[in-house]
Design a binder for this molecule. Structure first.
Ligand SMILES: NC(=O)c1ccc[n+]([C@@H]2O[C@H](COP(=O)([O-])OP(=O)(O)OC[C@H]3O[C@@H](n4cnc5c(N)ncnc54)[C@H](O)[C@@H]3O)[C@@H](O)[C@H]2O)c1
Length: 344
């Protein structure tokens, strides 16, 4: 417990961050920035020197251990930004300590671990959301509105491309990167999961999928760097989904939604084609700090007792899709993603 706890202000949600690597530092910057919706109190990391460095940079405290940070009564919520295969251990400890959770993506690297997180979430009565910041881009909010209101008619098919480049140095930069145990997968589990979530959010559940997976252009990693999926959605629509970290260059992430009353194509979240049978006009889209907007949505949920936009059930569905892709890639057979059991 800190000697001088930061008092609970009526309008302030007080955060800690666990794990201050690449993305944890971005959260620290936003939570201490002028548009922060909350207050950052302290950070912790398995490497205490990393926590001290970030604490000094942002004028906050460094807890000696994760357990010390979680014992603080002046912290209401934590961002968890540790390697993906450690999410369940740290999240369950934090929920048990009574904290709300902003968990980095993916929720975990298996459906089994995601279900353990969800059971702890329900037992704790605390709020939990999982990072999926692309949902908060103004264009993607508009896509959701178009689909929900039926403005594209019957969605017949969709194609999603995630053609990224990650150098060998990227994979060599952390011992956990590219391992089954801690990264849980490659181009799909680590990078593509954002677009898996976006696709399922827009189009609904997948009934069955078939996939090819391969490690085609990297060394010293265990996981796939290239994956191609075809799927049939519960709605009847057909999906092709391609993700790779072996596409040299800077190709855009691209999503095509095709319906019998309209079709829309986005590249890097920007709308590049839009055809509407009813002559709908595109609204003007302003720039959005999507990480900050998701954090603001979570803080709103904590303050109002409402639901954050991204639920743990949805984050689990993304991992169920990815697990099914890996199983199909291994077995060469079509696979149905695991459904949500009634109990969790
Ligand atoms: N939302 C996004 O766009 C986005 C982007 C990058 C990473 N991520 C996710 O964030 C997580 C972290 O990724 P990263 O790239 O920042 O990794 P990183 O390796 O840069 O940072 C991880 C940090 O966690 C610390 N750590 C490891 N085990 C710990 C433990 N048990 N307790 C406390 N600290 C611990 C490490 O010392 C390190 O500082 C991953 O799950 C990743 O998928 C999300």
């Amino acid at each position: 417990m800190t000697a001088n706890p930061i008092p609970a202000a009526a309008d302030s949600v007080r955060f800690g961050i666990i794990g201050v690597g690449i993305i944890g530092r971005q959260h620290a910057q936003r939570l201490t920035g002028e548009n922060s919706p909350a207050t950052l109190v302290a950070v912790a990391d398995a490497h205490p020197e990393a926590a001290h460095e970030v604490a000094t940079e942002y004028g906050i405290e460094a807890a000696a251990t994760v357990t010390d940070l979680l014992a603080r009564q002046d912290i209401d919520a934590v961002v968890i930004a540790v390697p993906s295969g450690l999410h369940a251990d740290v999240t369950i400890e934090a929920l048990t300590a009574g904290k709300h959770i902003y968990l980095e993506k993916p929720i975990e690297i298996t459906v089994e671990a995601a279900d353990r997180i969800r059971a702890a979430e329900q037992a704790s009565g605390k709020l939990l959301t999982v990072a999926s910041q692309r949902r908060f881009a103004a264009e993607n909010q508009y896509l959701k509105q178009l689909v929900t209101e039926g403005r594209l008619g019957t969605i017949t098919s969709a194609t999603v491309e995630v053609p990224l480049w990650r150098s060998q140095e990227y994979y060599d930069s952390g011992a956990w990167r590219g391992t089954w145990k801690l990264d849980g997968g490659g181009a799909l589990m680590n990078q593509g999961v954002h677009l898996v979530d976006l696709t399922l959010w827009l189009l609904g559940d997948v009934e069955e999928l078939y996939a090819h997976t391969g490690l085609l252009a990297h060394e010293r990693i265990e996981v796939e760097d290239t994956v191609t999926v075809t799927a049939r959605l519960r709605s009847g629509a057909q999906l092709t989904f391609q993700a790779t970290t072996a596409a040299f260059g800077d190709l855009p992430i691209r999503m095509n939604l095709m319906g019998d009353a309209g079709s829309i194509v986005t590249e890097r979240e920007r709308v590049v084609h839009f055809f509407s049978r009813d002559d709908l006009e595109l609204p003007a889209f302003g720039p959005v700090d999507i990480m900050l907007t998701q954090m603001t949505d979570f803080v709103r949920a904590i303050r109002t007792g409402g639901d954050p936009l991204v639920s743990s059930a949805e984050a689990r569905a993304a991992v169920a899709f990815i697990e099914a892709v890996y199983e199909s890639g291994r077995t060469g057979k079509p696979v149905r993603p695991a459904k949500l059991p009634a109990s969790v």
